[in-house]
Ligand binder design. Structure first.
Ligand SMILES: C[S@@+](CC[C@H](N)C(=O)[O-])C[C@H]1O[C@@H](n2cnc3c(N)ncnc32)[C@H](O)[C@@H]1O
Length: 483
């Protein structure tokens, strides 16, 4: 692996507090690929199985199901052939399960089954191994076994028994498999499409060397199931390459909690360290605190340490905490109902509940609140699904300032939100005889060319749209239809 990293201008160092770190051994420019890797083991989510090829993870309208197990599909014979050595053992197990009228194992379990099979096939030289595709580099990843809670270990032990039953007659060591579950929990990545919708899970042992930062200098995207790490800012030689493991829209407390629960560490990145300053406290309370009831004040309200009351961090006005809690619990309940309606495909109902939630949250939270941002995002999606483009445009507009505040300006999520806004503006502006989407689409292109790469399908589509929009704008200016 060392040579592979040298060839890519990278090296590994070890730090007491973090373990291994991936460090740039040359300068990387924004948009440059730092690292890309095929997974050691990967699996599609249940919802994506009928839409995507099990080998390349791309969507296809010509999927052919494996005629034996009928549980996986491929887009072409080349993909099927490429996967056959690995799928062969799994296929026999799937057939046995379906003959015994048993349900297919869940994706996390199938990921381990595939890992165990691949390990065995590589050990017996049936499947080729390379310096970045072998079980030893999987084994080098941390497990946090001793820190894993008893409840979770019991679950992993039960799942390991299932793995053992499924992969018979392969030998399976229960403790080792249990450790594999722990390893997957803190090293595997969710595979997403270009718009960050999850499609599956994969284990990428080289990418997994990259540590977390809440202000990361890289972003992880996927081309099919191939992981691609891109620099989103200049990474100087000697600097550690970092990615974010968690949702970045949230206060330091929320991010730290998520990191501790799944990855067992406390983050000391610049963003987390800044949280201890007055400016950091203010930022965190804006993202997740309540709104100050003083009409002249733009502050956010947080609970005073060891006190029952709440105080605005800007004007100092005290507030009744019970009222906040009551409204918050109503909004949380409504959000759950709205999400359930989305899941069941009832967009009209989801919209009506999200609207009630938004009304409560507007009185409860600051305008940059992540809770309000998520509700408006939900409204944006259901309104698009209901083809109410004007309402979708309104909610997209409302989300953007909160997006820019909670994510970095170089975040792909900000770029995608600009893209959605530009498309909606262009679409609606067209009928209003004015074009306002150009600037917004240019901003989207600027960000997405870095995060997704200028040759990506998404940026190509965006560029074609911009060309069309610019031509139309020039035509309208010429005809005096637009200033
Ligand atoms: C995916 S691995 C990253 C590579 C790991 N450092 C190694 O030695 O292989 C995730 C684990 O690395 C450690 N880690 C990642 N980011 C960290 C950070 N910012 N601070 C401290 N530990 C970190 C934690 O132990 C975490 O569970």
């Amino acid at each position: 692996m060392e040579q592979y990293l040298v060839d890519h201008g990278l090296k590994v160092t070890v730090v007491d507090t973090k373990g291994r770190c991936l460090v740039a051994d040359r300068d990387f420019s924004p948009g440059e690929i730092v690292l890309d890797q095929e997974p050691y083991s990967s699996v599609l989510d249940a919802e994506s199985k009928s839409l995507r090829c099990d080998a390349c993870f791309r969507c296809s309208e010509n999927l052919q199901r494996c005629s034996a197990c009928k549980s996986v599909s491929y887009c072409c014979t080349s993909c099927q052939r490429k996967e056959w050595k690995l799928h062969k053992s799994e296929c026999q197990m799937m057939v046995k399960l379906s003959q015994a009228k048993q349900k297919l194992p869940p994706p996390s379990l199938r990921l381990i089954v595939r890992l165990v099979i691949k390990r065995r096939l590589q050990a017996s030289n049936v499947f080729p191994r390379t310096n970045v595709d072998n079980f030893e580099i999987v084994e080098a990843l941390p497990t946090h076994f001793s820190e894993t809670g008893e409840e979770r270990l019991v679950l992993y032990a039960q799942m390991s028994n299932l793995v053992k039953a499924i992969v018979t007659p392969l030998e399976v060591d229960l403790k080792e498999t249990c450790e594999l579950f722990c390893r997957i929990a803190c090293n595997a990545h969710t595979i997403c499409d270009d718009e960050f919708r999850p499609v599956g899970t994969g284990l990428y042992p080289v990418v997994s060397i990259i540590n977390h930062s809440c202000a990361p200098n890289s972003v992880l995207l996927f081309d099919g199931r191939r992981a691609i790490v891109r620099a989103i800012q200049k990474i100087d030689r000697g600097t550690e390459v970092t990615l974010s493991y968690v949702e970045l829209a949230g206060s330091t407390k929320t991010r730290q909690k998520a990191l501790k629960e799944q990855y067992y560490f406390s983050c000391h990145c610049t963003r987390c360290m800044n949280a201890e300053t007055t400016e950091g406290t203010r930022e965190d309370s804006i993202l997740e605190g309540y709104k100050c009831s003083n009409e002249q004040c733009d502050g956010a309200v947080i609970q005073e340490r060891d006190q029952p009351y709440f105080r605005c961090i800007l004007c100092g006005l005290t507030h009744d905490g019970d009222k906040f809690k009551r409204l918050e619990s109503m909004a949380t309940k409504l959000t759950e109902e709205a999400n359930a309606a989305v899941k069941s495909g009832n967009d009209a109902r989801a919209r009506s509940i999200f609207e009630q939630t938004e009304a409560i949250q507007t009185t409860l939270y600051h305008r940059y609140s992540v809770h309000l941002m998520r509700t408006r995002d939900g409204l944006l999606k259901v309104c698009m699904s209901l083809k109410d483009w004007n309402a979708a445009l309104k909610y997209c507009h409302l989300t953007l300032p909160a997006y820019e505040r909670s994510y970095s300006m170089k975040s792909p999520l900000v770029g995608l939100q600009y893209y959605t806004l530009g498309k909606l503006q262009w679409f609606l502006g067209d009928s209003l005889e004015e074009i306002s989407g150009v600037e917004v689409l240019n901003r989207a292109k600027e960000i997405l060319s870095i995060t997704h790469g200028s040759s990506s399908k998404l940026v190509q589509e965006l560029s074609s749209m911009l060309l069309e929009v610019n031509m139309e704008a020039a035509y309208r200016v010429q005809k005096g239809l637009m200033k």
